[in-house]
Ligand binder design. Structure first.
Ligand SMILES: Cc1cc2nc3c(=O)[nH]c(=O)nc-3n(C[C@H](O)[C@H](O)[C@H](O)COP(=O)(O)O)c2cc1C
Length: 400
């Protein structure tokens, strides 16, 4: 039995990934910002949701098939964009693309990925989405949109929650800056992870930012391409007008990723977007943000019942996905959960992460009495049940 086979939950995959990676790299995946309050907020918000089951409902033919933008997917979740995944395991984004294709779930490839969208689209022609960061020179973001259009991708997402770089103290302490600042303790610690170190150096160090390679002079090294990217992003001068320009250039489905305020949700939908990703970037940007699951009901109320709302940040269990759907999300994205899989075991690892979440969703649906995703709603939430019972009891008292 391989190590991946022995993983029974996402936390097991995380442990395998952690063993494989030097601390400096694992901390880049795992870390939040400043005091890392946000990481705890995201985890706790899911732990605080209580689902109240109903019994004696025939759930023998459960289905977790989900429809988004008129397209059916195998499950109500997809893979969130995570930049530089190729540094955690060589070709990680190709594994994520392949696994998304095989499992029939979407994969939103990062604008800072190592593989290019052209490579991803070959492996997942119907499942690849692409994520865009605004650039100082707007012609870059519009050219990325053009490339996504030329590939026939169905969906792109613009990430709005990185107006400026965030204060990732783990990275600064570890020397995970460019160029990598390798101190003696970092080097000695890395030696405990020889497989990663060997592959890293065999492949020439930090991998290329594949989507940005065309914007650097021919023959540029990965570092030179990274310089072009770093000179363009983040761009604090982006405004709603830039999103409007992307809307005008992109005929497919357009999502805004990182929406946390109901008013921003209303403005975005007023610009003709197709849906929103409620996200705090996995607690990697502003430390004292609320958890997306806590603002979701307000955002749902702001945009109405028909706007597709996706949610990410803190999802580690199938029950988190079911809870998000009960709270008003239509779809969920997983960041670290699937990344642990890719890092721990490449293609096999991502497949394992996806299948763990699918199995957990299926079991929770059976546990609470839901046959399809349409059955999921606020009626399963403890607070709804309590409020209804209180209303009932008050009504009964008044009738007496
Ligand atoms: C290592 C790493 C890299 C990330 N890179 C990006 C990125 O390039 N673009 C983006 O929009 N979000 C990025 N994110 C945020 C994820 O898309 C997602 O919002 C977040 O991981 C969700 O939280 P979770 O990891 O708790 O599931 C990154 C997250 C991680 C962990």
């Amino acid at each position: 039995m391989s190590r991946i086979d022995s993983a029974i939950n996402i936390d097991d995959l995380k442990r395998i990934a952690k063993r494989r990676l030097p601390k400096i790299i694992f901390d880049f995946i795992e870390g939040g910002v400043e005091d890392e309050v946000g990481l705890r907020t995201n985890a706790q918000a899911f732990r605080d949701i209580r689902l109240v089951p109903r019994y004696y409902i025939d759930t023998s033919k459960r289905s977790q098939k989900a429809t988004l933008f008129g397209r059916e997917y195998a499950s109500p979740f997809g893979i969130a964009p995570t930049g530089m995944a190729g540094a955690f395991r060589k070709d990680a984004e190709l594994f994520l693309s392949q696994a998304a294709n095989d499992a029939d779930v979407p994969y939103l490839m990062s604008g800072a990925s190592n593989a290019s969208m052209e490579q991803g689209a070959k492996l997942a022609p119907r499942n690849l989405w692409y994520q865009i960061y605004g650039a100082k020179d707007r012609s870059f973001q519009l050219d990325l949109v053009r490339r996504a259009k030329d590939l026939g991708l169905s969906t792109i997402a613009v990430t709005c929650d990185v107006p400026v770089s965030s204060n990732r103290e783990r990275n600064r302490r570890n020397g995970f800056v460019r160029p990598l600042r390798m101190t003696l303790p970092t080097i000695l610690e890395a030696m405990l992870h020889p497989e990663w170190v060997y592959t890293y150096f065999k492949n020439g160090g930090l991998p290329m930012l594949g989507n940005w390679q065309p914007y650097a002079p021919n023959g540029s090294t990965p570092d030179q391409v990274a310089d072009v990217f770093a000179a363009q992003t983040p761009d604090a001068s982006q405004t709603w007008r830039d999103l409007e320009a992307i809307r005008a250039a992109w005929p497919g489905k357009l999502l805004l990723k990182g929406v946390m305020h109901p008013e921003d949700a209303r403005i975005a939908m007023g610009l003709g977007l197709d849906g929103l990703i409620v996200s705090n970037h996995g607690a990697r940007q502003l430390d004292n943000m609320p958890s997306p699951i806590d603002v979701l009901p307000m955002i749902r109320a702001a945009v109405g019942p028909d706007v597709p709302l996706l949610l990410d940040s803190g999802v580690r269990r199938g029950s988190d996905i079911v809870a998000a759907l009960c709270m008003g999300a239509d779809f969920v994205l997983t960041g670290r959960a699937t990344l642990y899989g890719a890092t721990a075991g490449g293609l096999e690892g991502v497949k394992k992460a996806v299948s763990i979440l699918q199995r957990e969703i299926d079991l929770v649906m059976g546990q609470i009495g839901a046959v399809t995703l349409k059955d999921l709603g606020p009626q399963y939430l403890l607070e709804t049940v309590r409020a209804e019972e209180e209303r009932r009891n008050t009504g009964a008292m008044l009738a007496r």
